[in-house]
Design a protein around this ligand. Structure first.
Ligand code: HEC
Ligand code: HEC
Ligand code: HEC
Ligand code: HEC
Ligand code: HEC
Length: 258
């Protein structure tokens, strides 16, 4: 590199430092391997700390037209036709952090999904199809994150005559019809806004079903904990024998504890 160029670069870096005191000034490799990406630091990180380097996460826009020529506005999924869906097609991150619905019913942090990995051991040796506690490059484990809100609707254990789209009319389009008295001790976790969810569930089942089968990306159901509720039968049904009886630490809210 010529001397003149490196002097210019140094000046640019100094300006950079001055201009944004918040954003950590590091070279690419140091930033990429910043300890904030890995446990234990990742568990304590705030959205602001992550966004200092990853602002594009909130500003990135999806394509208006797919490479094959299909317009985003012409292909609507079921949930995109509901009142709960607002705005145009947006990025995955925006839908979970910034959309009006997301801000109302949930409270997700970067590190709820990005739980970090061990950079020295990214994959189990020998390879296995069983869950081995390893997260690959993107470091998001769907079974402890996405599946909570994108699993199937366990209508079989609910005693419903069929899947929700078939039984919703019979149930007056309401989940609360039954759930005003069953499994009432719900959503008392830091990443959900329990009160706002109940409020939305009063008028329509769409908000509830949205997270419990409506946006089902997996063929399996999430094994929800069975937090005890008033009037709960003493006998545990066969299907629920291995269920937790409390929401997961560290998300469990204090009020939920008995
Ligand atoms: C000091 C700047 C900096 C901070 C702070 C930072 N990152 Fe990064 N991160 C980077 C860089 C640089 C990369 C590499 C990007 C690439 O290769 O495209 C990266 C990569 C990533 C990746 C992709 C992983 C991969 O290997 O492809 C994820 C996910 C990520 N960061 C999440 C986070 C989260 C969550 C936080 C907060 C806990 C965070 N980052 C904080 C700079 C930072
Ligand atoms: C709902 C779970 C979830 C939340 C919350 C979340 N992420 Fe992600 N993030 C993901 C997934 C899944 C991917 C992988 C996407 C892919 O492969 O394209 C990802 C990818 C990334 C990447 C890699 C670049 C890319 O676009 O693929 C970065 C950087 C990142 N996230 C940073 C963040 C930051 C910063 C926050 C908080 C402001 C955040 N994420 C919140 C799930 C999440
Ligand atoms: C706490 C609940 C929750 C978790 C965890 C969660 N999601 Fe979502 N997801 C939602 C909600 C609510 C919406 C609808 C947001 C809206 O309509 O504005 C949504 C929407 C989506 C969409 C549709 C986006 C669009 O533009 O139409 C995709 C895809 C998605 N989630 C994938 C994932 C993946 C992958 C993960 C795990 C990395 C994940 N979600 C984790 C609740 C969640
Ligand atoms: C006919 C009454 C009834 C209706 C209507 C109903 N449920 Fe349920 N639901 C139940 C019963 C009964 C259980 C199981 C109670 C137990 O744990 O013993 C249950 C369990 C659940 C569970 C936990 C499942 C598990 O695997 O632990 C979720 C989540 C749930 N219901 C959501 C909903 C949603 C969302 C709707 C509306 C789309 C709905 N329910 C409508 C009766 C109902
Ligand atoms: C933003 C996504 C989201 C929405 C909206 C939502 N749920 Fe949930 N629900 C969850 C998650 C995640 C859990 C598991 C929480 C935990 O681990 O304690 C859950 C748990 C439950 C459980 C099991 C509670 C227990 O501990 O026994 C029931 C029943 C339930 N939800 C019913 C409903 C009903 C009824 C509505 C509408 C009023 C609704 N959900 C709306 C995400 C959602």
């Amino acid at each position: 590199m010529k001397k003149g160029t490196s002097l210019l670069l140094t000046l640019l870096m100094l300006w950079g430092l001055d201009a944004s005191a918040e954003a950590p000034q590091k070279d690419y490799e140091r930033a990429r391997w910043d300890p904030i990406h890995f446990p234990p630091a990742v568990h304590e990180a705030t959205n602001e700390q992550c966004l200092a380097c990853h602002q594009e996460i909130l500003s990135a826009k999806p394509r208006q037209v797919s490479p094959a020529g299909v317009k985003a506005v012409d292909t609507l999924a079921w949930y995109q036709t509901l009142d709960t869906y607002e705005g145009a097609q947006e990025s995955f991150h925006w839908r979970h952090l910034e959309s009006p619905l997301a801000k109302k019913v949930m409270n997700l942090d970067c590190v709820f999904c990005h739980q970090g990995n061990d950079p020295r051991e990214e994959a189990p040796v020998p390879p296995t199809a069983e869950p081995a506690g390893f997260n690959l490059r993107k470091a998001v484990d769907p079974s402890t994150t996405c599946l909570r809100c994108h699993g199937g609707n366990n209508y079989q254990v609910m005693g419903l005559p069929g899947p929700w789209p078939e039984s919703r009319a019979l149930m007056q389009d309401s989940c609360v019809l039954c759930h005003a008295g069953i499994r009432t001790n719900r959503h008392k976790v830091s990443y959900l806004n329990a009160a706002a969810i109940e409020e939305a569930g009063k008028t329509s089942s769409d908000t509830c079903y949205g997270c419990h089968g409506g946006r089902q990306w997996y063929r399996i159901n999430y094994p929800y904990p069975r937090n005890p509720w008033p009037g709960m039968a003493k006998d545990v049904p066969e299907w629920a024998k291995d269920r937790a009886t409390e929401s997961d630490e560290p998300y469990r809210l204090k009020e939920a504890k008995k």
